[in-house]
Design a protein. Structure first.
Length: 279
């Protein structure tokens, strides 16, 4: 798969920023106009824990457009109006959250603490661009304590999660779930990682976190397994191959074929999307 991916005619995308110089970006995704604040200062800071989530990357709105559109995940029942989606490495933009949240019951955007303030601001300021029937979707659900920092009147929630330091053991409590859940849910339905693979040192923590979250879904056999969607820009072949080798040890993996993707994500675009479910 790595050989085939890098046999494509890969357009030059530079590092892959949409526009790292802009303090705000105006973009339209899934028919919704969004104004996204970025942090140029954070991007260029010397913060050793990472700064890449401070701006919007090119694959993010393209992936958001596809995943929120009618696609095979909805047709097969992996995404429904009762689904719970969790995003790793959401960054400051909230673009995927704002696009997919209207189609699911709950969306949890996670990242390190440095992203949280601007992520919550972007979600809150763009809520008028999306339509979420929160009361209907939350009816009958177990309640959890509300984070006062979360955007109001939304099914989008935020959670600090560092792949290298944090455990996902508290996630069921955050979700308001227990082992004897009677609403058909244990864990989450879909895990999303959008352009999180650029550093060898983060590959194992990212993949292990994906696997830990997927293992929370231990409910009845007839329930579909948690799936993991990984979208990325094609950059260094050695990093990509290291990620794929590691991911394949934990997951059954498929590269989503062109006929199931929107044109901007297809072969020769410079982007690729993989789907995995736990071995």
């Amino acid at each position: 798969d790595a050989f085939l991916v890098f046999s494509q005619a890969i357009p030059s995308q530079s590092l892959g920023f949409v526009d790292s110089q802009a303090s705000t970006l105006d973009i339209t995704v899934a028919g919704r106009h969004l104004t996204i604040h970025q942090s140029r200062g954070l991007l260029t800071s010397n913060r050793k824990e990472g700064t890449t989530g401070a701006v919007v990357w090119k694959v993010t709105p393209l992936f958001a457009e596809w995943v929120a559109s009618p696609n095979f995940l909805f047709e097969a029942g992996y995404l429904t109006c009762s689904s719970i989606a969790l995003e790793l490495g959401a960054g400051v933009s909230g673009v995927v959250a704002l696009s997919l949240a209207p189609k699911v019951a709950r969306y949890i955007a996670t990242d390190q603490d440095y992203s949280m303030k601007l992520l919550r601001q972007n979600i809150a300021e763009n809520l008028q661009s999306i339509s979420i029937q929160t009361s209907k979707k939350s009816k009958g659900k177990s309640k959890r304590p509300t984070d006062p920092n979360d955007p109001p009147s939304s099914n989008i929630e935020t959670l600090e999660l560092d792949w290298e330091l944090d455990s996902v053991s508290s996630l069921p409590s955050f979700l308001g779930q227990s082992g004897d859940s009677d609403d058909g849910h244990e864990g989450v339905d879909v895990v999303i990682a959008c352009d999180c693979i650029y550093n060898d040192a983060l590959i194992e923590p990212l993949n292990n976190t994906c696997a830990q979250i997927c293992r929370l879904n231990s409910a009845k056999q007839q329930q579909k397994p948690t799936i993991c969607l990984v979208a990325q820009q094609i950059r260094a072949p050695d990093v990509f191959e290291s990620w794929l080798t590691s991911f394949h040890r934990l997951f059954h993996v498929w590269k989503i074929p062109d006929e199931l993707l929107t044109p901007p994500l297809r072969e020769n675009s410079g982007f690729v999307v993989h789907l995995g479910h736990l071995r």
